[in-house]
Design a protein around this ligand. Sequence first.
Ligand SMILES: O=C(O)CCC(=O)C(=O)O
Length: 321
Amino acid sequence: MSLTAKELRLFHAQGYLLKPGLFSDEDLQPLRAAISEIIDREARALRSEGELTQLFADEPFGRRLGCINAENPAAGQRIALAVMGKGGGGFKGPAMLQTIRHAPLLSCIESLVGPDIVGSSVYRIRPKLPGWDRGEVPWHQDAGYTLAHCDRHLIVTCWLPLVDATLENGCLHVIPTVHRDGILRHYTGGRANFLEVPDDQLPAVEPVPLPMKAGDVLLLTNLTPHASFANRSDTVRWSIDLRYQGADVPNNAGEDPAAYTPERDPVTMACYPPEADFVIRNPRDPAREVRSAEHFRQVRARYEDNRPPMPGRGWTPLHHR
Ligand SMILES: O=C(O)CCC(=O)C(=O)O
């Protein structure tokens, strides 16, 4: 399942690569089930509070939250936030580690970053609810969120829809080829408070919309501009995004979060100090690999309990431009 020479060329030339069918329905099942458990727990609480008249328990994964949202958008949003977890990336159950360690995906990642692979806690579950402004993500490069000394390194984003992603429900759009031109100017306080590159400052290259089937994987560089727009369907566009890098790219795997003091020079830091990186593959020292759900939980919890601050990288507010 590793990438062919042609796929590697495409990835580096275009800044993205689509790998159809990397995850089967069966591979997606554990994560869908873990998410469904949270939906069910929250829906029961909402019904007992009188916020929902029914649980929609017979609806399949792809429809249930959409039905809840149609009855009561505030209830739908509360469930979406519960699934996303604290800070948007709080979900750290065993099914997430299993998805991160999916062997066919890791083979593709190895083709891009080499055999020593570091994973990032900066992964997100995105329940893009119909009509929810937080579901829309404005144009940005993922490098806009990391420290500047990491712009020259490759950090691979894997975008994986858990249901079919369509033009109607808000699939991802990318701007090809411009990753080779480096970082764009980002602004804080963009749509839904995300970082944003405004439309009039985007490179003059036609964006490409990327409808995908559940289980397809989109591989992006950290300098590939991408965005997703409104969900105009009546179902939720569920996706996750995962991030990987080579062990030679600055990271905090095994580092004590207390080492991140405000006096420390940012160029000595991991690309994204607030969240834990962890070893996914280390052929020379496999004992360092995070393989068990408990190890994963501990690695993440250590940073969650003592979250280092993110040094600013100088982006100014959108309304000041
Ligand atoms: O899922 C989306 O709509 C946006 C994802 C994204 O921007 C990312 O993965 O960096």
